[in-house]
Design a protein around this ligand. Structure first.
Ligand SMILES: [Zn+2]
Length: 86
């Protein structure tokens, strides 16, 4: 197609990740602590397959994502969370 207008790969809104105001739940609420023993809270940041969800999906800030990942890994090590859900 020689005369077809070339479309630049611009930034398009993703179909999979809705454009929503994201906020870090740990930054907004100071009482929310990241504790490896609180599996109910950690489970929100883990996919149904047991994987740690990426920051872009949860909206957690970089600082808390690191703490969260460490807490989830710790929880796995002491068998509070599953490594993989099949
Ligand atoms: Zn945060």
């Amino acid at each position: 197609m020689p005369n077809a207008p070339f479309k630049k790969p611009g930034k398009k809104k993703s179909f999979y990740f809705r454009a929503r105001k994201k906020f870090c739940p740990f930054c907004t609420d100071r009482s929310e602590s990241i504790d490896y023993k609180e599996t109910g809270r950690l489970r929100r940041f883990v996919s149904d397959k047991g994987k740690i969800l990426p920051r872009r999906a949860t909206g957690v800030c970089a600082k808390h994502q690191r703490a969260l990942a460490a807490a989830i890994k710790r929880a796995r090590a002491v068998a509070l969370l599953a490594f993989v859900n099949r």
